[in-house]
Write a protein that binds this ligand. Structure first.
Ligand SMILES: [Fe+2]
Ligand SMILES: [Fe+2]
Length: 474
C-alpha cells in the first residue's frame, strides 16, 4: 500500500481518489521496474542533489536535496484551475473549458496524450548510458535531473490517462512502459526518440533542440479546451525550462572551450583542434544540422488535416494562442508552406488551418535561431572567423513536403548523388562520431573538475559552488 500524500506529492487530492489510487497501485510498481531497467545505468545507489516539484506555488514549487533516484518522489501537479477559463479557439470557442473528456473527441485526445507521454520515457532510455562518461559532477547531476523530470512528465500524462480514460487509459499507460527507444519490434512512437544519444555533445544538442520541441508541443497543448490537459502541460513547462538550459549552456560551454584552445594554440584546422583534445567547430555544426533536422520532423507534415481537426475541435492550439490577435477560428486565413516544384523550392499559400504544424515549426525555428545566435557570440567574442548556421528547413527531412528530396543546407535542390557526395561535410560521419566518442573516457568525478573539452559553467545549481558534491557515489 502506498502512502499517497507522502510518497506522491500532488495537488489532485490523490489521498481521496480511490479510482486513481487503484490504477496507480498497478502502474507504480511497473514504473519502478521500468526505471530499474531503463533509467540511468548503475546509478540507483547514488545520492544526487535533485530538485523535486512539491507544490505549484511560483516561488516555492521546488525543493533541493540529496535523493536516491529510485526514491525520487514523482508527483502529480496541475496548474490551479481558473473557473472562468473558456475554450479559446475552434468551433467551440467561447464555451466553458471542458472538465471531462468530450465523448466525440475521446480517441483523438487519448492519442494526443499518448504521443506526448511516449516521448518522456523515450529520452530517459536514450540517455541511460551517458552517466559513465560525464564531463563533471555538475553535468552528471544535471542529466539525472532531466531524467527524473522526464519520468515525472510520464507520470503527468499517465495521470490524465488513468483519471479520464478508464480502462483504455490504463492499457495505454501500461504500453508506455513497454515500448523501448530504438527497439525493432516495439519502438517509441516518434522518429527522433528512436535515435541513439551516444555522447554528451549529442545529449546537449538533444536537450537544446528536441526538448524545445517538447516545449512547443506543451505550449500548444497548454491552450487545449480540455482543461486538465492544459493545466498539466502548463506545469510541465516549468521543469522543461531547465532541460533547455542544460542543452544551450552545454553546447555553449563546449564551443567556449574549443575557442579558448584554438586561440591559445593559434590553430584553426579541425585536425589540429582535435589533436588538442577538444571538439572542432565543424563537427559541432554537423551535430547541429543533424539534431535540428530530425527535430523539425517531429512537427509532422506541412499540410495536415489532423492538425486542422485538432485545432477546430479545440484540442490543440497555436503557440501563445490567447496572445494572438485574430479570430481564433482561421476559417479564412492563409499561411505559406514550402515545397519542391520544378527543381526549386517555392512558397505556396494554403488554408492556415491545414498549415498549423508548419506554423508551430516556424515559431520553434525563431526561438532556435536566437539560441544559435547566442552560441555564435561566444565564437565572435573569441575573434574566430567561423559562422554557425541553421540549415534550410528542407535539409535532411523525412516527413512532410521535403521528404524524398535532397536539399543542401543552403536550400538548393540536388540529385541524390550530388547530396550523398557532400553528406559527411554536412552530417556527422562515422569518423566524427568516433572522435567525439574517444573523448568520452570515463566519468570526471572530482568536485569542481571538468573534462578538457568543455568549459565550466558560470555558476552552480541552486546557488551552490561549482565544486559542490552534486553526486555522492557511495
Ligand atoms: Fe518532458
Ligand atoms: Fe524535457
Amino acid at each position: 500500500m502506498i502512502n499517497y500524500t507522502e510518497k506522491i506529492p500532488n495537488n489532485v487530492d490523490l489521498g481521496r481518489d480511490r479510482v486513481l489510487q487503484r490504477a496507480l497501485e498497478h502502474w507504480q510498481p511497473a514504473y519502478m521496474g521500468w526505471w530499474y531497467d531503463m533509467g540511468p545505468n548503475e546509478s540507483h545507489n547514488f545520492d544526487v542533489y535533485l530538485r523535486t516539484a512539491v507544490s505549484v506555488e511560483p516561488d516555492g514549487w521546488a525543493q533541493f536535496d540529496y535523493v536516491k533516484m529510485p526514491e525520487y518522489r514523482w508527483g502529480i501537479f496541475l496548474q490551479p484551475r481558473d473557473e472562468k477559463r473558456l475554450v479559446n479557439f475552434g468551433v467551440h470557442k467561447g464555451d466553458p473549458a471542458w472538465q471531462e473528456v468530450p465523448g466525440e473527441y475521446r480517441s483523438t485526445l487519448r492519442r494526443v496524450i499518448v504521443t506526448q507521454g511516449d516521448t518522456e520515457p523515450a529520452s530517459v532510455e536514450q540517455q541511460r548510458m551517458l552517466g559513465f562518461s560525464c564531463p563533471s559532477m555538475y553535468d552528471l547531476r544535471n542529466i539525472f535531473q532531466v531524467n527524473v523530470e522526464e519520468g515525472r512528465h510520464l507520470w503527468a500524462m499517465v495521470y490524465l490517462l488513468h483519471r479520464y480514460f478508464g480502462r483504455d487509459g490504463r492499457e495505454e499507460a501500461e504500453a508506455l512502459l513497454a515500448r523501448r527507444s530504438g527497439d525493432a519490434d516495439n519502438p517509441r512512437i516518434l522518429g527522433a526518440f528512436n535515435e541513439p544519444t551516444p555522447d554528451w555533445l549529442a545529449f546537449y544538442m538533444f536537450t537544446f533542440f528536441t526538448d524545445r520541441d517538447g516545449k512547443f508541443q506543451l505550449c500548444a497543448l497548454a491552450e487545449s479546451g480540455f482543461d486538465p490537459l492544459a493545466r498539466t502541460c502548463r506545469f510541465m513547462l516549468t521543469e522543461e525550462a531547465h532541460h533547455m538550459f542544460v542543452g544551450e549552456t552545454g553546447v555553449g560551454r563546449i564551443i567556449q572551450r574549443t575557442c579558448e584552445v584554438m586561440k591559445e594554440n593559434k590553430v584553426e584546422d579541425p585536425s589540429d583542434v582535435r589533436a588538442l583534445g577538444v571538439i572542432d567547430l565543424q563537427t559541432i555544426q554537423k551535430y547541429l544540422n543533424f539534431h535540428y533536422s530530425v527535430t523539425l520532423d517531429l512537427y509532422g507534415s506541412d499540410v495536415s488535416s489532423n492538425a486542422a481537426n485538432y485545432y477546430t475541435s479545440g484540442l490543440k492550439g497555436r503557440f501563445r494562442e490567447t496572445k494572438l490577435d485574430d479570430d481564433h477560428v482561421l476559417s479564412e486565413a492563409q499561411y505559406p508552406v514550402f515545397e519542391v516544384a520544378g527543381g526549386r523550392i517555392a512558397a505556396r499559400d494554403v488554408p492556415a488551418l491545414t498549415a498549423l504544424n508548419e506554423r508551430l515549426r516556424d515559431d520553434y525555428i525563431d526561438e532556435i535561431a536566437d539560441g544559435v545566435g547566442r552560441w555564435q557570440r561566444v565564437i565572435d567574442n573569441a575573434g574566430i572567423p567561423f559562422r554557425l548556421t541553421l540549415p534550410h528547413k528542407g535539409f535532411h527531412r523525412a516527413i512532410g513536403n521535403f521528404a524524398g528530396h535532397f536539399i543542401s543546407p543552403a536550400g538548393e535542390v540536388l540529385s541524390e548523388e550530388a547530396w550523398k557526395k557532400h553528406e559527411f561535410e554536412w552530417m556527422p560521419s562515422p569518423k566524427d562520431h568516433a572522435y567525439v566518442q574517444s573523448l568520452m573516457t570515463g566519468r570526471v568525478v572530482e568536485p569542481g573538475k571538468f573534462a578538457n573539452w568543455i568549459a565550466p559553467p558560470l555558476r552552480g545549481i541552486n546557488n551552490k559552488p561549482l565544486d559542490f558534491e552534486y553526486v555522492r557515489f557511495n
